[in-house]
Design a protein around this ligand. Sequence first.
Ligand code: GTP
Ligand code: SPV
Ligand code: MN
Length: 593
Amino acid sequence: MENMTSNKSVLSWINEKVELVKPEKIVWIDGSEEQIEALRAEACSTGEMIKLNQELLPDCYLHRTAVNDVARVEGRTFICAPTKEEAGPTNNWMDPAEAYEMLYAIAKDSYKGRTMYVIPYSMGPVGSKFSKIGIELTDSIYVVLNMVIMTRVGKDVLEALGDSEDWVRGLHCKCEIDEEKRYICQFPQDNTIISVNSGYGGNVLLGKKCFALRIASYQGKNEGWQAEHMLILGLQKPNGEIKYICAAFPSACGKTNLAMLIPPEGYYKNGYRVWCVGDDISWIRKGEDGRLYAINPENGFFGVAPGTNEKSNPNALASTRKGTIFTNVAHNLDNNTVWWEGLDKNPPANAIEWKGNPWNGQESEEKGAHPNSRFTAPAKNCPCISSEFENPNGVPVSAIVFGGRRAKLAPLVYQSRNWNHGVFVGSIMASETTAAASGAVGVVRRDPMAMLPFCGYNMADYWQHWIDIGAGLDPEKAPKIFNVNWFRKDDEGNFMWPGFGDNLRVLDWIIDRCEGKVDADETAIGYVPKAEDINLEGIEDEVSPEQLKELLSVDTALWKDEVAGIEEFYGKFDRLPATLKAELETLKENITK
Ligand code: GTP
Ligand code: SPV
Ligand code: MN
């Protein structure tokens, strides 16, 4: 096949990798419908994908990964910076020379008898000043078809690149899907990513976490912008004005759900709407008017399937009704569709579960879908996709929201006193772990800015970068910073807040705060709403005034324990910014007052 570019840096890098992995042939992905259709057919002929009911789910496919390959592997993810100090205490580090040697030994000859697909892709609208280009080499059609949905792929990307050397090199080799030899390595100084022995999501769709967060966070530090694990939504008020919010929650903590929520009935009637710009990643930079602007560098959603239903997230469900790839969900053989826990109350009786075994929907021990099963859906399918989705200049950010899963402690919502206090609030985030990464689920861990697994350099320097960004903003124009917790539980273990669409009630308060329209109570941790300012109309049965008070309460005894935990965490960082140390001292004083 003919080369699709004459860019020397691209061609010489590909040649090097061809020598290494020895493919039987090379296919350049041009993004054309014919090519995509041919690849789908090929994947179906080998069993790599299953074509679903084309009447009910046009252009939809099912894929099952290896049973040992169902989530990101944080323990096997490395930042290969020149020194360990540059990767920092929260990242796994490997010496770059040693890493290349080890990875090349694993990758050597691994494409023998196989095809190398060359995927030129753009993160962000092609040609936008926010956007960055990558090239991923892969031996997986599944990866190609996912990248085609998740990013902008094809010839125009190479045209936009021209003969520039500024692009991210990505090599993915499935190899034997051997867990013991699985490595996800980022080389931020080389703009390079190498991923071996996996075929799953965030491990192999290199544009996503590896590039758009780990490599991009490092680029952003050097170039004066930010790459964040944040959704972007536009909240339309009854007067038609739209305010944009970026929100960072750890994996499987509600970004996709919040990004496309449907307002509660009363709000909807009054004209409230939510428009989705992005559900996972934000690239943020200062605009000419001095405000921060955000784009979503992705082109699709790689969303958690379980729990997605007509009630919890109808917009996500609608997004998956065409052109979607489902990974590790149950296959309903009666009508050749898909099912997952929480889709409805009728599990299929004649099905194949995610591992590929027959399943009758009744065996409560066995699940139909893996808890981290996913859909890969084109963003343009989303009924509430924002009209600004393709805007090359991004959207102006009014509020930044941090949040996590905390059964106790964190109130429903609170606002930081100012930017630096907001950076502190983000830096002390903690959340219960989920199925999105391999390992124990439900353990509280520190996850600053929801970036613990995704920051491509020393977390202390990343915090300093946040502080520097704030210092460059007029406080009047800087986004206000908040923290939310949809996951507070009562003593019986029930969620105290209905969540999902009802989270709009909290977003509404947040925007009112940004506009100086509503008062708040100053507490030890920041500004908390006055109970009467959270509208409970329509959910009085679910949340009593006492419960709301409880949800908004700041328990100083619990916060004292928390401070001890923060101190211990901060103790890991030799380069902790003095500003954050001072904020911690203030919090300590506030809660012992
Ligand atoms: P990643 O794609 O892994 O980054 O996850 P995400 O942050 O986009 O999470 P997502 O919106 O997919 O939600 C993950 C899980 O949290 C799903 O099982 C949801 O049902 C659940 N969830 C989302 N929002 C809420 C909420 O407001 N309340 C409660 N109780 N659960 C929620
Ligand atoms: C996450 O885990 O935060 C995801 C899914 O968005 S993955 O792409 O696998 O990282
Ligand atoms: Mn994510």
